[in-house]
Design a protein around this ligand. Structure first.
Ligand code: DGJ
Length: 729
């Protein structure tokens, strides 16, 4: 049983294969957090809580004379607000009389078979025989008719516990929800580090590791997207934890909008970890009878360091988050025209690129930005999703027919959430754009944002996108989003509901994607927000691959893909071979290295193949063969980080689930005179089984490779790379 409940129905232990999580309703019905970590027997752990009279830690009425009982020091599952816990609250309520108070007590529980769903939001789902289990604990607010349901979903095999909350107003008067986080975990003891992933446009998800102390460590976004600046995922770990050893806890938000996440030690050494929708610019009115569902947090624990944690997340995301026809099916290798042409193309150029690509064996042409409306630069046209038939010398249906006649799939770029003021759509519906009356709006890339919470906006987009998909039999859509969101004002919302708009925007985006996918079940969606500005588990529920970064420089990509790999599988990372000198950095790297780096992603090309040499064309053919050869490993295998950015020899690898094969990619990022030996770690091979290494033909037991690694015979030159395979013999 994944969910074990004591005979008095008050202690709950959630069990996965390798981890346990325990909580308990105490004598005053406060739901205490008792344990999260390595798997243990389901024995009550209340004795872990030390009780003493703590100065300036007040006592709730039920405590009577007992000054050792304080909400301000107890580890709690649902810390309230304004009633004596002075640490970070989780759910904050304003009542009809203006008071701000939320005091939650255990009321009842229910166990449900299978994973829970969240209306309108992504959630980890069950597959096949393997069913998760759900525990729902209902908490009552002591002085109002608000109930909070705490959801815990257990995925035993993946060692994942999912969390969310549903806040219900069962009263007769409206209540204002001022903060509604999805999870709170109070770690009673221990010193911790926090690893989060910071970045910027074209340089996303760089890990940063800091100790958790008494000043809050907090990351978040109020950009309307999960953002380039902080990814909505973090690791709390033992300060000694490494890739291979030590306790670590992952928190990954399945949501694509504003978020907050962080950790802080309290005055008594307890560490409170939280994640949820950012309360900044969030204010939700819960009318009588209304309920609010928060987005899901995916929590996972590993006692085996970051690599173990990564494997758990990759398995969960591949099996229980990604959906659709391409969940496990081989993704088509694509050629995208963006860096080949930018806006400067016509039909002839596109068809030539497609023909050339087809001759080399590339499977899909993706026509990027610029095919619609008046769009020869990034200042106009967004919103006018009608083919520019002059530029395309005919209809999109005709172009689709030509591409398909080559035997290729055809993909198209859209940026549905955006509108340019210089567009027919804006001229017809200026109020569809987010802007506050009486204020000049902020412009990003010269564009405004559509109010995706409005049904007529979504209806228009659905009609336009689906009509083009039908007309040209589109196989793939790159769904882009090229600015952050501000100037929030919903022309249709009453003033007291304006604080709901950021969240309603995300719900609108999800609804439109869901509708399109339901209508076009074979469609492959690639997410994108100026590269990786919305690379999150929420988006992966709709788009099994996301353009990892607008930075296609193979050397910068080593850092970006390294950071991305902690939570997200290689098969979700859009990665292309592009031209040199690289358009973002000016760096020149060998064609082979660019291929090797992109092979650890979805794989494709983004350059004008008519401009590459005969030798490089031959290399394209070889790379396509390599992509096929290693697909099973890169897209379904276990991922190992074998070096860190900044090391002169960057390396990573994949091991097949049955451990019969492995591959390692190495890239030399720096060179010195009188070079030292270059040595590569090898991990994950089975002990007691023999493997031949493709680099030197040597056969060793897996234990030997795992412990001794591989010494290169010849030192690699700057930016040179190798792809090495181990095969069981
Ligand atoms: C940003 C994307 O990340 C690029 O790949 C490209 O699609 C441009 N937008 C097009 O405007």
């Amino acid at each position: 049983m994944a969910i074990q409940i004591s005979s008095d129905g008050r202690t709950f232990t959630l069990q996965t294969e390798k981890s346990s999580y325990q909580m308990m309703a105490d004598a005053h019905d406060v739901l205490l957090h008792l344990y999260y970590g390595r798997k243990i027997a389901a024995e009550n752990l209340e004795e872990r809580i030390f009780r003493s009279d703590v100065g300036f830690a007040g006592n709730p009425p039920e405590a009577g004379e007992d000054r050792t009982y304080s909400l301000d020091v107890l580890p709690q599952e649902l810390p309230g607000s304004g009633v004596g816990d002075y640490r970070e609250d989780m759910v904050r309520l304003y009542h009809a009389d203006g008071s701000c108070a939320a005091d939650f007590r255990f009321e009842s529980y229910e166990v449900q078979e299978g994973a829970y769903r969240i209306p309108g939001l992504p959630a980890a789902y069950d597959t096949g025989e393997e069913k998760g289990e759900t525990l729902v604990i209902t908490m009552r607010e002591t002085a109002s008719a608000v109930k909070v349901k705490l959801y815990y979903g257990v995925f035993e095999k993946e060692n994942v516990i999912t969390r969310t909350v549903c806040i219900e107003n069962q009263g007769k008067e409206a209540v204002i929800l001022d903060k509604a986080l999805s999870c709170n975990v109070d770690f009673l003891f221990g010193n911790w580090d926090l690893i989060y992933f910071e970045g910027r446009h074209a340089m996303e998800r760089i890990p940063e590791r800091v100790p958790v102390r008494h000043a809050k460590v907090e990351i978040g976004s109020i950009r309307g997207t999960s953002s380039h600046q902080y990814n909505p995922a973090m690791i709390l770990c033992d300060p000694a934890a490494t890739e291979d050893f030590g306790s670590c806890y992952g928190f990954c938000f399945a949501y694509s909008g504003n978020f907050v996440a962080g950790a802080q030690k309290d005055q008594r050494g307890l560490t409170r970890v939280q994640m949820g929708i950012n309360p900044v610019q969030f204010r939700y009115t819960l009318a009588a009878g209304e309920a609010f569902f928060a987005p899901q947090v995916l929590m996972s624990y590993s006692s085996e360091g970051f690599t173990g944690l990564t494997h758990q997340y990759h398995d969960l995301i591949r099996e229980h988050i990604c959906r659709g026809a391409y969940k496990h099916a081989k993704r088509p290798v694509l050629i995208n025209n963006w860096e080949a042409t930018y806006f400067d193309f016509d039909k002839e150029k596109i068809v030539k690129i497609a023909q050339q690509a087809h001759e080399l064996g590339i499977e899909m042409l993706v026509l990027d930005d610029g095919w619609f409306g008046k769009r020869d630069s990034d200042n106009s046209g967004l919103g006018d999703w009608y083919t520019n038939e002059k530029k395309m010398d005919g209809t999109m249906g005709e172009l689709g027919d030509e591409i398909h006649a080559l035997g290729m799939k055809f993909g198209l770029w859209f940026e549905p959430e955006m509108i340019n003021e210089d567009s027919d759509l804006y001229r017809a519906h200026p109020d569809w754009a987010l802007r506050i009356p009486g204020r000049e709006p902020n412009r990003g890339r010269d564009q405004l944002v559509l109010d995706m919470s409005r049904s007529e906006v979504r209806e228009y987009l659905y009609e336009r996108i689906s009509s083009i998909l039908n007309e040209a039999k589109i196989d793939y859509v790159k769904w882009d989003m090229n600015r952050s969101v501000c100037d929030l004002f919903g022309h249709e919302l009453p003033p007291e509901r304006m604080g709901e708009l950021y969240h309603r925007f995300v719900l609108g985006v999800y609804e439109l994607k869901e509708r399109l996918l339901a209508h076009f079940p074979q469609l492959l969606l690639e997410g994108c927000s100026g590269g990786g500005g919305r690379f999150d588990a929420g988006m992966l529920y709709y788009a099994p691959q996301i353009w990892c970064s607008d930075n296609t420089d193979a050397i910068n990509r080593l850092t970006i893909q390294y950071g991305t790999s902690f939570f997200y599988p290689a098969g979700t990372m859009g990665a292309h071979v592009s031209a040199v000198p690289n358009h973002q950095t000016g760096r020149v790297t060998p064609f082979t290295t660019r291929g090797h780096v992109a092979l650890s992603g979805t794989f494709g090309y983004e350059l004008d193949l008519n401009l590459v040499s005969a030798e490089e064309k031959q290399m394209v053919k070889e790379q396509l063969a390599e992509f096929d050869r290693y697909y099973e490993l890169t897209h379904e295998g276990d991922y190992y980080r074998l070096a860190k950015p900044g090391e002169a020899l960057m390396a990573w690898g994949f091991v097949a689930k049955d451990q019969s094969r492995a591959m390692v990619t190495v890239v030399s990022t720096d060179v010195e005179g009188n070079p030292l030996a270059q040595h590569v770690s090898v991990k994950g091979l089975a002990e007691g089984r023999n493997y031949r290494c493709s680099y030197n033909g040597i056969v060793h037991d897996g234990s030997v490779w795992n412990s001794c690694g591989l010494t290169l015979k010849k030192v690699l030159k700057e930016y040179e790379s190798l792809l090495i395979e181990w095969t069981e013999v």
